[in-house]
Design a protein around this ligand. Structure first.
Ligand code: ADP
Ligand code: MG
Length: 624
């Protein structure tokens, strides 16, 4: 017998047995790595004591530089210095806005975008992997050992393709991904546990390139994300851009070279960050063209030229509240996340909107990494006494194509994940042996208005009469938001499945557009749906009657048969039209004309079933 050795409390002097895990905030602008040490989440610094790693990678003939080193070459070597690569994750070339104004050499091959660099072609996954590798090395150096895994954060609105790309990057960097975690949720973990606060919270995350809003409910240590929203093309960078345009205009500059443009842009960013703590920022620069910039930007002008950006963030906030069916007064607190929330006009606007001071006692740059570290610590098995659960949501409904091109929603939008839902379907035709499964995403009623995610076929269904087969279709969305769909025929047990990994996914604009569309068209859609449904119903009735005529036609007199056939033709004609009442009437007629026939068929079938069998036998069968 094997005896288990039990260490005495306080005697376990083997800290290496603690499973080393980190949380990583893989940001558009800056990335961080954090861990839990002695029960406290802490950000791990580089050898110079800096916590942020700029998400910048520069490729040279003999390798790559990451972080501040790479950032220093942004102006002198823009083509090989990749910034904001997160915007390219899981995206095709045509998904990238303003690519003409970017200094990169894009490859126009289909699939995810690629950049030509001095170190060869690089995909966003590879560039992100280089950032993650630097963070992994920082983590291993600080913790003194190999990591068992990492929790990596992604914007709440990342779709399947973007999440998958992030996972691939981590794997490429030699990291074991314990889980992907939504950034605002990570922030809530950092705040929720530290403050043990209960109630409804809004997480307002304005980073360098993305804006996320989440409405969360915290109660007794359980987080639930009630709704999410945002804009993946809005962040601190846009404020830099506004200052940039203001400089060009105020200093009356001629068109700039790419180097000068980058230089002015970095001056714009410095001014923005300076204005957080000062009333006015001096902006001076000498350009390669010989032109000189010497300006002063005041907080008033800055607030004025960025007013529309601030307002723009409030639209998704309102929508997220509506989705959560809550009003401003239901929100107990607002958590500020992301470096750009340091801007006074943002603090002010958010405070005014929610009618309360935003929570900002944790560093808005670090809060996501800290929450991710807590989650990583938990998932690695270093569980503390407080055990908590984490729920995230999916942004758009997932469903299946039904007869007539209608969508049957299986998992509704804003469902918490992980989630699995099954629904039973049946065959439409007698003897049908295959079923086409078409998985779609979106809020509209018709397949053509939704986004196609995947198609597969279930074959080998035993031939049965229409409606007799039972096919169970299961949708499963894992904790990272990845979807798998399977279909199983219950009697023969045949099965088919697919994991949905689209080559590249939806932008927030598309999601917003699809949601807006579904609202605008909901009445229209409902009518079209009702029409399609009745058309499908009519077709089903016609096929059933035709099949009965074939098998039991001898039960009919000639005039009866003629009347039924005429009713079928009338129904076929009505079903081609768009008048629901006509179709219903024609169905009623066919129904009435086949009533006697149906009764006779039933008699015949009962007689056939009972022929030559004892009552006991039949009763025995029934009780089985
Ligand atoms: P991301 O999540 O996109 O990596 P961060 O949360 O690191 O972004 O935020 C980066 C943004 O925050 C940049 O636009 C940066 O200029 C801005 N930022 C950082 N510090 C300040 C500050 N003091 N005032 C205003 N903006 C700031
Ligand atoms: Mg961020």
């Amino acid at each position: 017998m094997v005896l288990l050795q039990i260490a005495e409390p306080g005697q376990s002097d083997a800290p290496h047995e603690r499973r080393l895990a980190v949380g990583i905030d893989l940001g558009t602008t800056n990335s961080l790595v954090a861990t839990v040490r002695s029960g406290m989440a802490v950000v791990l610094n580089d050898e110079l004591g800096r916590s942020l790693l700029p998400s910048v990678v520069r490729y040279t003939g003999d390798g790559c530089e990451v972080g501040y080193e790479a950032q220093a070459h942004q102006t002198s070597d823009p083509r090989n210095t990749v910034v904001s690569v997160k915007r390219f994750m899981g995206r095709g070339l045509k998904d990238i806005a303003h690519r003409e104004s970017m200094p990169y050499l894009f490859d126009d091959a289909p699939g995810m975008v690629r950049l030509h660099t001095a170190a060869g072609p690089k995909s966003p996954v590879e560039v992100s992997a280089d950032i993650l590798r630097a963070l992994r090395e920082r983590g291993e150096a600080a913790l003194g050992g190999d990591l068992v895994g990492a929790v990596i954060t992604v914007p709440a609105y990342f779709d399947d393709a973007q999440r998958q790309a992030t996972k691939d990057a981590a794997r490429l960097a030699g990291l074991n991904v314990l889980r992907l975690l939504n950034e605002p949720t990570a922030a809530a973990i950092a705040y929720g546990l530290d403050n043990a606060a209960e109630g409804v919270y809004a997480v307002y995350d304005l980073g360098g390139g993305t804006f996320d809003i989440s409405i969360l409910k915290l109660s007794r240590g359980v987080f639930e994300v009630l709704s999410t929203g945002g804009d993946s093309a809005l962040g601190g960078d846009d404020f830099d851009q506004r200052i940039f345009c203001w400089i060009i205009e105020a200093a009356k500059l001629k068109p700039l070279s790419p180097q000068d443009a980058r230089f002015i842009l970095s001056r714009a960013r410095e001014a923005k960050e300076y204005l957080t703590f000062h009333g006015a920022a001096p902006i001076t620069a000498r350009l390669s063209s010989g032109e000189v910039v010497d300006l002063t930007l005041t907080t008033e002008i800055f607030a004025e030229i960025t007013r529309t950006l601030v307002t723009k963030t409030m639209q998704p906030v309102r929508k997220a509240l509506r989705d959560a069916k809550l009003g401003v007064d239901d929100v107990n607190g607002v958590i500020m996340v992301g470096g750009a929330t340091r801007m006074p006009q943002i603090q002010r606007a958010v405070g005014e909107f929610f009618k309360k001071e935003p929570l900002n006692n944790l560093d808005p740059d670090k809060v996501v990494a800290l929450g991710a570290a807590k989650q990583a610590n938990l998932l690695a098995g270093n569980r503390s006494a407080d055990d908590w659960l984490l729920l995230d949501v999916i942004p758009l409904s997932l469903g299946l194509e039904m007869m007539g091109g209608l969508v049957e929603k299986i998992i509704p939008r804003n469902s918490t994940i992980p989630i699995a839902r099954a629904q039973d379907f049946t065959t439409f035709r007698d003897g049908q042996t295959a079923l086409a499964v078409h998985v779609v995403q979106g809020e509209r009623e018709l397949v053509t208005d939704c986004r196609s995610l995947a198609r597969f076929e279930l074959r080998g269904i035993p031939p049965m009469v229409a409606g007799a087969a039972r096919i169970r279709v299961t949708f499963q969305v894992d904790a990272d938001g990845l979807l798998s769909v399977s279909a199983r025929e219950q009697t023969a047990g045949v099965e088919a499945s697919v994991v949905v990994k689209p080559s590249y996914g939806l932008s927030d604009d598309e999601i917003a557009h699809m949601l807006k569309d579904s609202l605008e068209h909901s009445r229209d859609d409902a009518m079209r749906r009702a029409l399609k449904e009745i058309q499908v119903e009519a077709q089903r009735l016609i096929e059933a009657v035709q099949s009965a005529l074939k098998s039991d036609g001898e039960l009919l007199a000639d005039d009866e048969r003629a009347r039924i056939e005429a009713a079928i033709v009338a129904l076929q004609a009505a079903a081609l039209g768009e008048n629901r009442r006509h179709i219903t009437l024609a169905m009623d007629t066919l129904d009435a004309d086949t009533k006697d026939f149906a009764a006779r068929r039933m008699d015949k079938n009962i007689r056939r079933a009972l022929a030559g069998r004892s009552v006991a036998e039949i009763a025995g069968e029934e009780s089985q």
